[in-house]
Design a protein around this ligand. Structure first.
Ligand code: NAP
Length: 450
């Protein structure tokens, strides 16, 4: 038996064709997406990686600029350039090719990159997103591995995944991503006693140690899926991975070749992240929405387009109006006690910019939504919408629709580029409704984080 190949080269080609389309759409809106690559020193491997990245940019219609520095460059000079690139309208993504010389503090440098241009996904903001779920730019290599698995329809949920290598750029983020997908993940590293004890347990084995021949056939079980991230240049100039490919392939069900497996995917995901950054910056709203909950159904949303006489939207100003809004809310959430909820609402109202928009009909509140304007670190000004609710009696009369239209107008008036939806509100129909609004829509699970 011989394993099936997880062919990153072919998959990359397909993805790059679709990236070119996305890139073109951005270009038609003004300018091509732009990637800045900073390369310090003369490391031959780094030079090859940078060249590959530039080539892939050309292929996908992304403008790339390479900034070369001698290895004597000061941290200050690099920071200055990054700050310039952060402010540049031409650049959507910034990548610092690692490793950097020892006298340069890598963490300081990466920390200077604006989180919204951190297409490598190494900024603490994006790393944090990976930990709690919902990162914007997943680190390219693990992202590429995840896509290889998904495309081959290899289920990870409930599987034993063993990762050899615990680096910040491959092993750790890979573990977090697959943990989130429901895998049981073990991470091995140089201090792991008896590596083979773990590797033999693996349904999916991901190796990123940078040690040629580290994984031999006797270390894996039959039908294992093997992802070899390693790239090792041998004395004869050839490239090999960390896995003894020729022997392991007879036991595995799937395996990545080196070269032609993970490598091309890494570069492709970098381009994907760059295009995503450009889309976010230009508010092109074609992101896949992954965060809505489909568990709760709300009767309002299928009826957005119902025609109705236009009631006026007001901002609940008096305490009485707030209490009326609360009554509407309580019809959906009877478990909330009056006191605690009213107090919460009033507290929120007092806090920066929180307001309740409501529709009054015949002098009575029939629909309401909480909202506030946010200045987010990465995405600028956004209108954050809390739960939107309508009165039980007036459900399906189009009040929700009217309130949403009003909120969108308000967002435009206040120059917001995005609408952020509370997870309770961010249901599929709501997203469909917003899809053509010209805003970038984000669903948030943890509104408090904002
Ligand atoms: P790294 O920072 O050197 O990390 C290697 C990790 O492997 C470390 O956690 C290290 O443990 C562990 N390790 C080393 N020898 C080991 C052994 N004998 N047994 C168990 N664990 C061992 O390297 P990296 O940046 O993650 O890269 C790893 C490999 O992937 C390299 O070959 C690199 O070229 C390649 N890579 C490929 C791509 C791609 O696109 N295909 C992208 C990135 C990297 P300690 O930390 O405890 O020493």
């Amino acid at each position: 038996m011989s394993a099936r190949m997880l062919d990153g080269r072919t998959l990359s080609k397909e993805i790059r064709a679709s990236l070119f389309e996305r890139s073109l759409r951005i270009k038609n809106n003004g300018r091509a997406p732009g990637l800045a690559v900073i390369l310090v020193g003369n490391d031959p491997a780094s030079k090859v990686y940078v060249r590959n990245k530039s080539k892939a940019c050309d292929e996908c219609g992304v403008m790339s600029k390479v900034f070369l520095f001698p290895k004597t460059v000061s941290e200050h000079e690099l920071v200055e350039l990054i700050e310039e690139l952060n402010a540049s309208n031409e650049i959507d993504g910034i990548l610092v090719q690692l490793p950097l010389p020892e006298h340069v503090n890598m963490r300081n440098i990466i920390g200077c990159i604006s989180a919204s241009k951190d297409v490598d996904g190494f900024h603490l903001y994006n790393v944090g997103g990976l930990v709690v779920g919902g990162t914007i730019f997943p680190p390219c290599t693990p992202y590429g591995v995840q896509l290889l698995l998904e495309t081959a329809k290899i289920e990870v949920s409930g599987k034993n995944v063993v990762i050899v290598g615990a680096s910040n750029i491959v092993g750790k983020p890979m573990a977090l991503m697959l943990l989130q997908k429901g895998a049981t993940v073990s991470i091995c590293h140089i201090k792991t006693n008896d590596l083979s004890l773990y590797t033999r347990l693996a349904d999916i084995l991901i190796v990123a140690a940078g040690k040629p021949g580290l994984i031999t056939a006797d270390m894996v079980k039959n039908d294992v899926v093997v992802i070899d991230v390693g790239i090792n240049r041998m004395p004869d100039g050839s490239i090999t991975g960390d896995v003894d490919f020729d022997n392991v392939k007879h036991k595995a069900s799937w395996i990545t070749p080196v070269p032609g497996g993970v490598g091309p995917m890494t570069v492709t995901m970098l381009i994907e992240n760059t295009i995503k950054a450009a889309e976010l910056r230009m508010s092109i709203n074609n992101l896949e929405v992954t965060k809505w909950s489909n568990k709760i159904r709300c009767k309002d949303y299928p009826n957005y387009l119902v025609k109705f006489d236009m009631p006026t939207v007001i901002i609940a100003g008096t305490e009485n109006e707030v209490k009326e809004c609360y009554e509407v809310y309580r019809q959906l959430r009877p478990a909330l006690t009056r006191k605690s909820f009213t107090e919460q609402i009033l507290r929120q109202m007092k806090s920066d910019n929180y307001k309740i928009a409501c529709i009054k009909k015949d002098g009575k509140v029939v629909a309401c939504a909480g909202f506030r304007i946010l200045e987010t670190l990465s995405w600028g000004k956004a209108l954050y919408i809390d739960d939107l609710i309508t009165d039980e009696m007036s459900r399906n009369r189009g009040h929700a629709s009217h309130l949403i239209t009003w909120l969108q107008e308000e967002a435009k008036r206040l120059s917001c580029k995005q609408l952020h939806l509370d997870s309770g509100f961010a249901r599929i129909n709501a997203h469909r409704f917003y899809q053509n609004s010209g805003f970038h829509i984000r669903s948030l699970h943890f509104s408090k984080e904002l």
